[in-house]
Design a protein around this ligand. Structure first.
Ligand SMILES: Cc1cc2nc3c(=O)[nH]c(=O)nc-3n(C[C@H](O)[C@H](O)[C@H](O)COP(=O)(O)OP(=O)(O)OC[C@H]3O[C@@H](n4cnc5c(N)ncnc54)[C@H](O)[C@@H]3O)c2cc1C
Length: 385
C-alpha cells in the first residue's frame, strides 16, 4: 500500500498534466466573480474520462476505484481548488445511484454524468435540520404507483444550474418511533419535475464556481422506480455513501493544502526581509516542517481510507479521520501560508486567499467536524453498558 501501482501513477500524472494545461488562474477568478460553473473545462475533463473514472465501463466509466478518483481530485484541487472542487461536485451524490440504484437508473444517468452532459445534486440538509437527518421533515407519500414529495432542502450544490439533470433527495417515508432510521428513503428527482423549484442560497465565502441553492418540492410526483435502493433504508444507504464521499472531500482538502503549500514554498525562497530570504528564518522553517508533516499525514490516511474501501473493507472511522485530518490541514496550512506571504497573501494575485476560502467550506460539506468525531468516538468506545 505504500506505493501506487503503475496505472495509478499514470492516472495521477494524466490528471496533473490536464490541470496544468487547462486550468487557468485568470479564468478561475473570472468565473468566481460571475459565479459560473467551468463548463468548457468540465466537458474536456469528461472527454478524457476523469469524471466517471470509478463508474463501470458499461456506463461510460473507467472501471476503476475510489483511490484513482482520489488521485484525480487531489491533483485537480492542488492546481486550482475552485476548479477542482467544481469538477468533483459535478457528479454529486451519483455514488448513491452507483451503489444502490437500479440498473435502469445507472444506465440512464451515469453515462450522462461521465460524459459531461448533466450535473447532479444531493438534497439532504434542511433549514431546521443540518445533519440531524433522522428528524428531517421533507416527506414522500406513496400514491398508487407514484411517490409525492413535499418539503424544502437547503444548500444544494448544483441546485438550479441549467445543466443539472437530477437530485438525490432524502425523504421521510414513515414514522418508526422505535427505530427512526427505518423511516427514511432516498429518491432520484429529475430537475424537470413539475412542482420543483430552486432559489440561489446567496453570496458565499468560497466554492463560487458551483451553484448552491435551496430546493422546494411542492407535490412533486415521481414514479415508484425513482426510489433509490430500498424503502426505509435511506439512512443506511446515506451512511455508506458518506463513507465514500468523505474520502473525496478529504482528497479535495489534501489537494487544497498541497496547493497552498506549493505556492508558499516558491514565495518564501524569493522574498527578502531584514537581509534574509523568508525561508531562511528558523521560525519559517519550523512552520514549513509542520505543514509538510500535516500534508503527508493527510495523504497517508486519505489514500489508506480509499484503498480500504476499494478492498471492500470500508471503514467509517477511517473515512471520518481522513476528512477530519485533511480538512483541518487545508484550513491551517491556508492560514499559515497567508501569514508567510504577509500582505501579499491577502491579495488575489497569489491565489492563496482563494485556496483558504475554499478550504473552509470543505470542512462543512459531507459532514461537520463534530459529527466525524462522534463517529470515530462511537467506534472507538463501543457499547457502554
Ligand atoms: C457551500 C455549501 C455547500 C453545501 N452543499 C450541500 C449539498 O450539496 N447538499 C446538502 O444536503 N447540504 C449541503 N451543504 C450543507 C452542509 O452539509 C451543512 O451546512 C452542514 O451539514 C451543517 O449543517 P447546518 O449548516 O444546518 O449547521 P448546524 O447543523 O446548525 O450546525 C452548526 C454548528 O453547530 C454545531 N453542531 C451541530 N451538530 C452538532 C453535533 N451533533 N455535535 C456537536 N456540535 C454540533 C457545530 O459546531 C456545527 O458546525 C452545503 C453547505 C455549504 C455552506
Amino acid at each position: 500500500m505504500f506505493e501506487l501501482t503503475k496505472s495509478q501513477k499514470e492516472i495521477q500524472k494524466a490528471a496533473r498534466d490536464f490541470a496544468k494545461g487547462e486550468f487557468d488562474k485568470e479564468i478561475a477568478y473570472e468565473l468566481e466573480i460571475t459565479c459560473e460553473f467551468p463548463r468548457k473545462i468540465w466537458k474536456k475533463a469528461a472527454e478524457l474520462g476523469f469524471l466517471g473514472i470509478h463508474y463501470p465501463e458499461n456506463c461510460s466509466g473507467g472501471g476503476m476505484g475510489l483511490l484513482e478518483n482520489v488521485l484525480i481530485n487531489e491533483a485537480f484541487c492542488r492546481n486550482d481548488c475552485s476548479l477542482g472542487s467544481a469538477l468533483a461536485l459535478s457528479t454529486s451524490a451519483s455514488e448513491c445511484i452507483l451503489r444502490f440504484g437500479s440498473e435502469e437508473m445507472k444506465n440512464s444517468w451515469l453515462p450522462r454524468l461521465a460524459e459531461g452532459e448533466v450535473l447532479s445534486g444531493r438534497a439532504l440538509t434542511e433549514t431546521l435540520r443540518g445533519e440531524d437527518y433522522l428528524n428531517i421533515q421533507t416527506s414522500a407519500e406513496k400514491k398508487g404507483d407514484s411517490w409525492v414529495i413535499n418539503g424544502q432542502k437547503r444548500y444544494v450544490d448544483n441546485g438550479g444550474d441549467p445543466d443539472t439533470g437530477f437530485y438525490v433527495v432524502l425523504c421521510r417515508t414513515a414514522t418508526v418511533e422505535e427505530s427512526p432510521e427505518e423511516g427514511l428513503s432516498l429518491f432520484l428527482v429529475e430537475s424537470t419535475r413539475s412542482g420543483l423549484s430552486t432559489e440561489p442560497a446567496g453570496r458565499k465565502l468560497g466554492n463560487n464556481l458551483t451553484a448552491t441553492s435551496s430546493l422546494t418540492l411542492k407535490g412533486v410526483e415521481i414514479p415508484a422506480e425513482n426510489l433509490i435502493g430500498k424503502e426505509g433504508r435511506g439512512f443506511t444507504h446515506l451512511q455508506d455513501y458518506f463513507n465514500e464521499s468523505r474520502i473525496i472531500s478529504a482528497a479535495r482538502s489534501l489537494g487544497n493544502a498541497a496547493g497552498s503549500y506549493d505556492r508558499m514554498i516558491e514565495y518564501v525562497k524569493g522574498r527578502i526581509q531584514f537581509g534574509k530570504k523568508i525561508a531562511e528564518f528558523q521560525v519559517s522553517q519550523h512552520k514549513i516542517a509542520d505543514m509538510a508533516t500535516k500534508i503527508e499525514l493527510a495523504r497517508l490516511i486519505t489514500y489508506k481510507a480509499a484503498w480500504a474501501a476499494d478492498q471492500k473493507k470500508a471503514d467509517d472511522s477511517l473515512s471520518s479521520m481522513a476528512k477530519l485530518t485533511a480538512g483541518r490541514a487545508a484550513v491551517e496550512i491556508g492560514s499559515h501560508t497567508i501569514q508567510l506571504f504577509g500582505g501579499y497573501g491577502f491579495m488575489t494575485e497569489y491565489e492563496v486567499e482563494r485556496f483558504y476560502r475554499d478550504a473552509k467550506v470543505i470542512e462543512l460539506q459531507d459532514g461537520i467536524k463534530d459529527v466525524q468525531k462522534d463517529i470515530i468516538a462511537k467506534n472507538a468506545i463501543g457499547k457502554i453498558k
